[in-house]
Design a protein around this ligand. Structure first.
Ligand code: NAD
Ligand code: GLY
Length: 384
């Protein structure tokens, strides 16, 4: 069992309006350190790209985001790169595949891109994870910049250098740790996000509370309705606090030797839901939201947290617009199907499934659990 503790000062809660200067959070990897900038209109501001060099650059986006925002990026980059190319990927988790990844390599090679070509990942977590993996492997590594356009990508996937594609047998199974040069979280881009996608992002925001910061969890309980209506000051605080926590955790444990695994709270069950239903059926954040209910329930059955604490967390997840009843993955052997899928989880060791559990509110542990108890939890959460 790995017991994980931490301490990061909490940022002051917002006083009412979004301050216009960008907030800067540094993520510390010695010579590979980089900034996460959070603010309004960062995408359109040429100053956001200062210091980025390269004769050529490739914008990677998708069929939804490119028409909305690629022109702004292009204008802001101006003449920074002598050649600017774009590849537009099909949209959706179901396209987070080798075939789609190859479209990025095709564009890089067809346009004669070199080792200094800068890749700009403009999109949600799917685009960011694929563009990042392409950047990690093209010519054994080229610089890349994350321009996350979903809440989920701003609070989680763009930060910390995990890149990957899916395999039909498992989520994010093929990938690399590879850090970007910079992350630009432009809050104004969230305005065009569908409500369902905003809720999916809230799952990854909420997770930071139980695993790390009970004061943030209390703040979320007060502000979840503000977040659901895109209230700017609330969104700004949620993105900032999430990025601070993620930067702290990942700065201590880049390659998930220990502490970083706590960021997978809800993901062991959640990844099973995604793979079991077929990628794209439930959004990643929806599966994580429901997965957190399951992991919290398992924590309670192990005697770590109270039933009331789990009920409160479940209510918050529900208020965020997320599903809290787990889907049936196999009518004949539902728990068996969950267990089989969870054995593919990257935290599993020799088939022993490791769960991120809440030892006490604000502190997570990573450990296995008796199979009979896990089966009980699956049954309970699929019917609740
Ligand atoms: P997504 O990338 O599929 O984006 C969600 C949808 O919103 C897509 O249809 C997209 O085109 C659209 N969209 C994006 N920005 C928009 C905008 N501003 N306005 C309107 N529509 C917009 O999904 P996601 O939730 O951003 O990311 C989920 C992915 O992130 C999963 O594949 C997950 O595995 C991955 N992830 C990775 C990490 C990591 O550490 N690398 C962490 C968490 C999640
Ligand atoms: N999203 C989990 C991690 O970055 O480690």
């Amino acid at each position: 069992m790995t017991s994980l503790s931490h301490s990061v000062p909490s940022a002051a809660a917002p006083s009412g309006s979004v301050s216009s200067p960008a907030k800067r959070i540094q993520i510390d990897f010695a010579e590979r350190s980089y900034d996460i900038l959070i603010g309004e209109s960062l995408l359109s501001d040429p100053a956001s790209y200062e210091g980025l060099k390269g004769h050529s650059a490739l914008m990677v986006s998708n069929t939804t985001v490119s028409p909305l925002y690629a022109a702004r990026l292009k204008t802001a980059l101006g003449t920074r790169h002598a050649q600017l190319f774009e590849v537009v990927l099909p949209d959706g988790e179901a396209f987070k595949t080798w075939e789609t990844l190859n479209l990025i390599f095709d564009a890089l090679l067809a346009n004669g891109c070199d080792r200094k070509t800068v890749i700009y990942a403009l999109g949600g977590g799917v685009v960011g994870d694929m563009a990042g993996f392409a950047a990690a492997s093209y010519m054994r590594g080229v610089p890349f910049v994350q321009l996350p356009t979903t809440l989920l990508a701003q609070v989680d996937s763009s930060v910390g250098g995990k890149t990957a594609i899916n395999h039909p047998l498992g989520k994010n199974m093929i990938g690399a740790f590879y850090q970007p040069q910079r992350v630009l979280c432009d809050l104004s881009l969230l305005k065009s996000l569908p409500a369902r996608e905003l809720s999916a992002g809230l799952a990854e925001v909420i997770k930071y509370g139980p695993i790390f910061d009970t004061a943030f969890l209390a703040w979320l309980n007060h502000h979840i309705d503000d977040l659901r209506v895109f209230e700017p000051a609330a969104l700004s605080h949620a993105v900032q606090r999430s990025c601070e926590i993620k930067a702290e955790v990942v700065g201590q444990d880049e390659r998930e030797a220990g502490l970083r695994a706590i960021l997978n709270f809800g993901h062991t069950f959640g990844h099973a839901i995604e793979a079991g239903l077929g990628f794209g059926e439930w959004l990643h954040g929806e599966a994580v939201g429901c997965g957190m209910v399951m992991a919290a329930t398992l924590s309670q059955r192990l005697g770590f947290v109270s039933a009331q604490w789990v009920a409160d967390l479940r209510a918050l997840i529900q208020r965020a617009g997320l599903p809290v009843i787990a889907p049936i993955l196999d009518p004949h052997d539902n728990a068996g199907r969950y267990l089989a899928l969870m054995r593919h989880d990257k935290k599993s060791e020799a088939g022993d499934i490791k769960f991120v559990l809440i030892q006490k509110p604000g502190t997570a542990v990573v450990q296995s659990a008796p199979e009979a108890l896990v089966r009980e939890v699956i049954d309970a959460c699929c019917q609740a």
